[in-house]
Design a protein. Structure first.
Length: 241
């Protein structure tokens, strides 16, 4: 798959709530979002939500056009004797995507490159689309152990250490260089950018030819703010698009 083909796909706007919303708050978020949301052609909305909220939110979003759910993590092991784990097979029917290797999982939970590769394999085996998060230093290391067959379902998310930690967007030029390298190194897999993306800069980032979408963290906690960002993308299409 070529880099051009990834750009021809729908634009992905991913909201990662992290551990900011309880299950009850998550249900209210979706209810508020549903009253304001109007589907737009070419936009693919993914909500990355905690495990406990997935079943209820699946019921609330199943009839929303172009809205999909992602788990925020998954076990690197199949079902079995792994206390506290959530196997990928259990996510079938309630999620289409799963975040893997997020910087916070590596930093606070000491997950390794091999852990991430195992999670990718488990997700693919369960029919999910893994979204593998990478920083500058880990691009090649994280891709190396991923099975070539698993790459066919993989989406990559570039989250630079400095921008993600501070919620300040990196310069467009630096993002272009990293995203271009990542797209080429992965054989043209879809690439997202996350780190300080907001309504003021989202259209500018989406104008990067190799970028297939963006990840929103802080700007997705309030559904009204997230809706405004979506409207901004619709009103201000990427330059040259």
């Amino acid at each position: 798959m070529s880099v051009k083909e990834t750009k021809d796909r729908e634009t992905i706007i991913l909201a990662n709530w992290k551990a900011n919303l309880s299950p009850a708050q998550a249900e209210k978020w979706v209810a508020d979002f549903g009253r304001l949301y109007r589907p737009a052609a070419g936009k693919h909305i993914i909500l990355a939500v905690p495990f406990l909220a997935l079943p209820a939110l699946h019921s609330l979003t199943r009839d929303m056009t172009n809205v999909f759910l992602a788990a925020q993590d998954v076990s690197p092991f199949p079902p079995g004797g792994y206390t506290g784990a959530t196997p990928a097979a259990w996510l079938q029917g309630v999620a289409d995507y799963v975040l893997i290797g997020h910087r916070e999982r590596r930093r606070y939970f000491h997950e390794t490159v091999q852990d991430a590769a195992n999670k990718v394999s488990e997700a693919v085996a369960a029919g999910l689309h893994p979204i593998l998060c990478l920083t500058d230093a880990e691009i090649t290391r994280h891709l190396a152990p991923v099975d070539s067959a698993d790459l066919e379902r993989l989406i990559l998310a570039y989250t630079p250490n400095d921008a993600e930690a501070l919620e300040v967007a990196r310069s467009r030029e630096l993002v272009i260089a990293s995203v271009r390298y990542l797209a080429e190194a992965s054989g043209g897999r879809p690439v997202l950018y996350g780190g300080g993306v907001n309504g003021d800069n989202v259209a500018d980032f989406l104008s990067i030819p190799e970028l297939s979408g963006v990840m929103i963290a802080r700007g997705s906690i309030d559904p009204a703010d997230f809706i405004r960002l979506l409207h901004k993308v619709e009103r201000d299409p990427a330059p040259g698009s």
